[in-house]
Design a protein around this ligand. Structure first.
Ligand SMILES: Nc1ncnc2c1ncn2[C@@H]1O[C@H](COP(=O)(O)OP(=O)(O)OP(=O)(O)O)[C@@H](O)[C@H]1O
Ligand SMILES: [Mg+2]
Length: 371
């Protein structure tokens, strides 16, 4: 048995020699920090072997071992060290190969996690990369869809603007040249001009609103508003159009809890729904606006008697510039109303949906309750 004090000395000398080697190795690792993991692993392996050998040499010269013992121990330690180094070189090569597989997968057009067995950290990186690629692809798809609908919108809207403008110009010229002179026709022309100008103004205003929604520039000034007030305002705003068309509009609030909304913007969204409902309901039909609280959400429903929207159109009615076949006639809308309504509702963290039900369809706006 080695005396305890000697053991302490052994530890002291071995530690001193190992620390010197470790210092050199750390310096070397710092200098090589940008190099391959394989190279750095070789340095670690070499440092381990050298630390052991230097410890043994120091101790053997200072105190304990005779030549024979020293040679035996050195041979054993050196052999073990070389084997350990070979293992770390192998590990380094595997790491480099795994890394190369990952780099190649990243370079491909569409990242797919490599089939090779990766070390845990690289496998995690691969999963994160896949998720990031998926997010990127989804964003790209959204961007492309938006771009396509924007192009379509510009094409349609410029057509929609040009047609009434040509009409306005023809009427103005006829008035100017005195081609129409009898007071009845002149009055009719003036009235047509006013109506067309109002419609164009509305369209330009809708386009402006939509571009603000798309640019994320819709600034909401939210206030606490009762559900009942929202519904009452929607009903009151629809009165003139409903009366002109002979459509009855009812408002009904089953539970009038408050919501936190920009009443101007949300009123506009509801108005778009109600105007659509009245436009598509035959005279003598009825439109119902219901406010209620269900499943912890405020809901405003606009139900009409339009005879139902074709199933294949249902998912598209909220798209910018979408218009049903019947509505794609001169004098019809621009297909902006529902896109605006959806933009406004979503800016309020709400959702909007549509379903066919009863004699027509039912648009539903859901908003978080303000409690
Ligand atoms: N209540 C409804 N009943 C039946 N169809 C509807 C109803 N609301 C919308 N639609 C269909 O969805 C399409 C898109 O509606 P949206 O309000 O976005 O545009 P629009 O009414 O045609 O034009 P705008 O609102 O810009 O004047 C309409 O053209 C119509 O085909
Ligand atoms: Mg509309």
């Amino acid at each position: 048995m080695i005396p305890f004090e000697d053991l302490l000395w052994v530890v002291f000398y071995a530690a001193s020699a190992a620390l010197v080697v470790a210092g050199v190795a750390l310096g070397l690792l710092y200098a090589l920090r940008g190099r391959s993991v394989a190279v750095q692993l070789i340095v670690v392996g070499a440092a381990t072997v050298l630390a052991m050998i230097s410890g043994i040499l120091v101790i053997s010269y200072l105190m304990l071992l005779n030549d024979h013992d020293r040679s035996v121990v050195l041979a054993v330690v050196t052999t073990a060290g070389l084997v350990a180094m070979a293992v770390s070189v192998l590990l380094g090569r595997r790491l480099v190969a795994a890394n190369r597989v990952l780099v190649e997968a990243v370079r491909a057009d569409r990242f797919r996690p490599p089939a090779a067995h990766l070390p845990a950290e690289l496998a995690e990186l691969s999963r994160e990369l896949e998720a990031a690629y998926d997010r990127l692809a989804a964003a790209h798809e959204r961007e492309q869809a938006l771009e396509a609908s924007r192009r379509e919108l510009v094409a349609w809207v410029s057509h929609d603007l040009r047609t009434p403008l040509a009409g306005l110009r023809a009427m103005a010229e006829a008035l100017e040249d005195g081609v129409v002179a009898d007071p009845g026709t002149v009055r009719r022309y003036h009235e047509r001009i006013r109506v067309e100008v109002e419609r164009l103004t509305e369209m330009v205003d809708d386009l402006f609103e939509l571009s603000r929604i798309h640019a994320g520039a819709l600034r909401l000034s939210r206030r606490r508003v009762g559900l009942a007030d929202l519904v009452a305002e929607a009903v009151a705003g629809a009165e003139p159009l409903a009366r002109a068309k002979g459509v009855r509009v009812h408002g009904d609030v089953r539970e009038g809890l408050p919501v936190q909304v920009d009443s101007g913007e949300l009123g506009r969204a509801l108005r778009n729904l109600v105007v659509n409902a009245i436009r598509h309901t035959p005279s003598d039909g009825a439109v119902e606006i219901i406010g209620e609280v269900r499943d912890g959400e405020a809901r405003v429903t606009v139900a009409d008697a339009c005879g139902g929207i074709p199933e294949e159109d249902l998912p598209r009615v909220f798209d910018v510039a979408f218009r049903g076949e019947a509505a794609r006639t001169p004098g019809g809308g621009a297909g902006l109303g529902l896109a605006i309504a959806r933009g406004i509702v979503e800016a309020h963290a709400g959702r909007i949906g549509v379903a066919n039900e009863g004699p027509g369809c039912r648009f539903e706006v859901r908003l978080p309750l303000h409690v």
